[in-house]
Design a binder for this molecule. Structure first.
Ligand SMILES: Cc1cc2nc3c(=O)[nH]c(=O)nc-3n(C[C@H](O)[C@H](O)[C@H](O)COP(=O)(O)OP(=O)(O)OC[C@H]3O[C@@H](n4cnc5c(N)ncnc54)[C@H](O)[C@@H]3O)c2cc1C
Length: 421
């Protein structure tokens, strides 16, 4: 085992940090205040090859799997809202990559980013009122009418929702089958029946646009169904006949792979808050004594540093497992997201306590990092839901381990395996 970053990983980390410091940080306060989309930063990110197809190729080129999580942490160190504005299209691209045919992936993934100097956005629209964690209850419908699909429903709290060029929409084709009756569709900007609903006025990540996507008799060609008709029909048939589609476990496995990026994003906020507080406290005194000499301060800073390092190790391990095809049967991806989000929230509040009343002021950067941290316990699976996923995966893993031990013992002794072993 070698925990050191390679020369390429260090170079990439420094490159991403430089972009965050020189381009993101100077624009952060304005877009946070105005709650505006940072188009000029998106254009710069493209110029720096940190947005779009060149970025995707770069991330895929790291055999250790860390380029993506390093990128997420460093850009979020600059500003979480702007970093999400740069990277939210990747959610749509990931949705296309996991469900689409090779032809659909080749056509639509570039459309989520734009090519050349053109900047385009993608949105991945799943959540509805009453159906966020509870995905099987989606009410948006997709009905086949001749050679078109007709979509109806409203998606809420969608990153880039209402401003995206490509909407990747999950809808139900057969409500009786729950999540097994759902399918994913491409709905391009300008499609009649597609409109932008309310834009959310948010506590944090304010540079990232969040809004509703409204679908009213929205007609799309049949080939905009991701994966194609044959695959959908076969899936529905298996579900109706009571056979397992394997889809739930596939979706779980996909989430395990994408969650470390969210954990890394949260860590960027925690790391930014920690670095700023160290510098701030170095310059402060109490009764003539430097604050950093006080043991109570040292105790807290040690806990902060340790929590951040622990979360980062979980994130890096899960990213490495994802890249190298090591199954995350113990919920290692979910663990990294859960820990990253909880650490970001705990670190920002703890550091605010150390800094005192100034931390409440909007002049103090901790105030923004505190606001930005909360969402990492909510989206991409809430902290509570992560715990359920981890708990279920752990139970299953331990049951399989017990079975394997019992089988090995039975083989050695020639005794039959006990029921329930
Ligand atoms: C800024 C922002 C951006 C977002 N971007 C997107 C996006 O791009 N695409 C998208 O599809 N969605 C997006 N979402 C939606 C987000 O993923 C959901 O809000 C989230 O999954 C929670 O779902 P919910 O809103 O239905 O809340 P609920 O599921 O109703 O949760 C409410 C509370 O109940 C808890 N809870 C729910 N079920 C259980 C359970 N079984 N056991 C214990 N506790 C439980 C939750 O943890 C939470 O604390 C975004 C949300 C926000 C705020």
């Amino acid at each position: 085992m070698d925990f050191r970053l390679s020369d390429e990983q260090i170079e990439w980390q420094q490159y991403c940090r430089r972009f965050a410091r020189e381009v993101i940080r100077p624009a952060a306060a304005k877009h946070d205040r105005e709650q505006s989309t940072p188009w000029e930063v998106l254009r710069e990110a493209r110029r720096w090859k940190l947005h779009g197809m060149e970025y995707l190729e770069k991330v895929a080129s790291d055999p250790g799997g860390l380029f993506g999580v390093i990128y997420a942490e460093e850009l979020h160190w600059g500003c979480a809202g702007i970093a999400l504005a740069i990277s939210a299209s990747s959610l749509a691209a990931a949705g296309i990559a996991s469900s689409g045919t090779p032809e659909q992936i080749a056509q639509w993934v570039p459309e989520c980013y734009g090519v050349g100097d053109e900047i385009k956005l993608g949105a991945y629209a799943v959540t509805e009122a009453g159906a966020g964690s509870d995905v099987k209850s989606l009410r948006t419908t997709a009905r086949l009418d001749g050679d078109e699909w007709v979509l109806n429903g409203t998606k809420i709290f969608i990153s880039n929702g209402g401003i995206a060029d490509v909407n990747v929409v999950v809808a139900t084709v057969d409500p009786e089958l729950g999540h097994r009756g759902q399918a994913t569709f491409i709905v391009p900007k300008g499609t009649p029946g597609l409109s932008a609903g309310k834009k959310e006025d948010k506590l944090g990540i304010r540079a990232s646009h969040t809004g509703e996507v409204v679908l009213e008799d929205c007609r799309i060609p049949v080939e905009y169904l991701l994966g194609g008709m044959d695959k959908l029909n076969a899936k529905l048939e298996r579900a109706r006949s009571g056979q397992s589609t394997g889809r739930a476990s596939n979706a779980l496995a996909t989430f395990e792979i994408t969650r470390p990026f969210v954990g890394a994003s949260a860590l960027g906020i925690a790391q930014a808050a920690y670095e700023w507080t160290l510098e701030h406290l170095e310059q402060r005194e109490e009764d003539g004594e430097p604050l950093m000499e006080q043991q109570r301060i040292q105790q807290t800073l040690a806990d902060v540093a340790t929590e951040i390092e622990a979360a980062r190790l979980l994130v890096w391990r899960a990213a490495w497992m994802g890249r190298n095809g090591v199954p995350m049967t113990g919920g290692q991806g979910s663990m990294s997201k859960l820990k990253g989000g909880d650490v970001a929230m705990w670190v920002t509040t703890t550091l605010m306590d150390l800094v005192g009343p100034y931390a409440q002021s909007s002049e103090c950067p901790l105030e923004k990092w505190f606001r930005d941290a909360k969402i990492y316990q909510i989206f991409e699976g809430t902290a509570q839901v992560q715990r359920l996923v981890i708990s279920r995966m752990q139970r299953q893993e331990y049951a399989e381990r017990r079975k394997a031990v019992a089988e090995a013992a039975a083989k050695a002794t020639g005794e039959p395996v006990e029921a329930g072993a």
